[in-house]
Design a protein around this ligand. Structure first.
Ligand code: AHG
Ligand code: MN
Ligand code: MN
Length: 361
């Protein structure tokens, strides 16, 4: 299709809204605000070390999760707030970089949606100029909060991922992309730098059901639970192992970039629950990492799971809750779930315990 005939994000959203004649347009406007924040972040990220005001760590700051904050983590968070708070479409926001929910300041009207986001995912990769991204999830605010306009509490955000109205991410790679779903499949837009507009380049993103590629941080292998050890072990055994085929591995350490690769060509990503730190049940955060990416995977025909249950069915207990996460090609994710259900014993013939196992105990 010639470039000029591609829909812009605005046109795509208008077209979607025509399917729902009663829709107010608030969701469209909110998504457009998010896209503007993402364009601003894309510009800020692209300056790299040249941008003295945004390069490096934020004055010794750590976020609520005890992680070192980059200046760009903080700046990106501010960009989301500044573009989304004034519009009247939001009842409140929550983000990785804010301990508590963000209340929409009083001069601005309050609306019916909640915006939950990871303003910059994979930010440790900024030092090495590797792709990073922003992740967002849109939920409905509880009715009483919308009617009364009251301040929001943490509990208002603790909704399972299956209730998301829309979710997506921006990827700041060689090209900037916006990939999202409003619950009707997954679409991808590429930022046209000449126009400063996102153009629809990927109208029907689907995840192949099978794959020969998996992504996991192998340095944690000694902390993995048996089902994950078994799965990885079987993949690594290749053609002559139980899977009868060779697998590739990938690890970018930007989940958003891994999710994008999987949406483009399949694969499976694992950051499973492990025994590294008994105080936490996984590395990634449920509300602004696992749920939005899980929503996209399911909408694209893939699958997202904790290993034990579909991630979108988990009832959150905390705003910054961490969770084990496995997502990607459906047949592989289902296999990993099956391994979680099957007891692994030394007598079961499980290759985890075989002499040739690379990850044997
Ligand atoms: P964030 O930069 O928002 O804190 O998230 C980083 C996450 C995720 O993107 C990535 O998959 C993972 O951390 C990388 O973990 P390791 O450092 O264990 O590789
Ligand atoms: Mn992140
Ligand atoms: Mn982040």
């Amino acid at each position: 299709m010639p470039l000029s005939r591609r829909l812009t994000l605005t046109q795509y959203l208008i077209e979607q809204r025509r399917r729902f004649p009663g829709a107010s347009g608030d969701l469209n406007a909110l998504i457009l605000d998010v896209s503007i924040a993402c364009k601003a972040i894309a510009r800020a990220v692209a300056f790299g070390e040249l941008a003295e005001s945004t390069a490096g760590n934020a004055g010794g700051g750590v976020n609520v999760q005890g992680e070192v904050q980059k200046k760009l983590d903080v700046v990106s968070n501010e960009m989301f707030i500044a573009t989304a708070e004034w519009s009247g479409h939001l009842a409140g926001m929550a983000s990785e970089e804010m301990d508590q929910p963000y209340q929409i300041p009083r001069p601005f009207p309050r609306g019916k949606y909640l915006l939950v986001f990871d303003p910059l995912d994979g930010s440790s990769n900024l030092d090495v100029n590797v792709s990073v991204g922003s992740i967002f999830s849109i939920l409905r605010a509880p009715d009483d909060a919308v009617e009364s306009g009251r301040d929001l509490t943490e509990a208002d955000f603790l909704q399972p991922g299956s209730t998301q109205v829309a979710a997506g991410y921006a990827l700041y790679g060689p090209a900037t992309m916006l990939v999202m779903s409003v619950g009707d499949g997954v679409v991808g837009f590429t930022l046209d730098l000449n126009l400063g507009e996102f153009k629809l380049t990927h109208p029907h993103i689907t995840v192949p059901a099978d794959t020969q590629e998996f992504a996991i941080n192998g340095s944690n292998s000694r902390f993995w639970e048996p089902p994950i050890k078994r799965y990885v072990d079987e993949c690594l055994a290749g053609k002559t192992g139980p899977r009868g085929k060779d697998f590739n591995t990938r690890w970018i350490a930007s989940m958003v970039a891994e999710a994008h690769r999987i949406l483009m060509r399949g694969g499976v990503f694992m950051y499973p629950r492990d025994t590294k730190d008994p105080a936490r049940h996984g590395r990634l955060r449920l509300l602004y990492e696992a749920n939005p990416i899980g929503f996209l995977m399911e909408q694209a025909g893939g699958r997202a799971s904790t290993g034990r249950q579909p991630v979108l069915g988990v009832k959150p207990s905390e705003l910054h809750q961490r969770i084990g996460l496995v997502f990607g090609s459906r047949n592989e994710v289902e296999r990993i779930e099956r391994y979680h259900r099957e007891p692994a014993t030394r007598d079961s013939g499980n290759p985890l315990f075989s002499e040739r196992s690379l990850f044997r105990d």
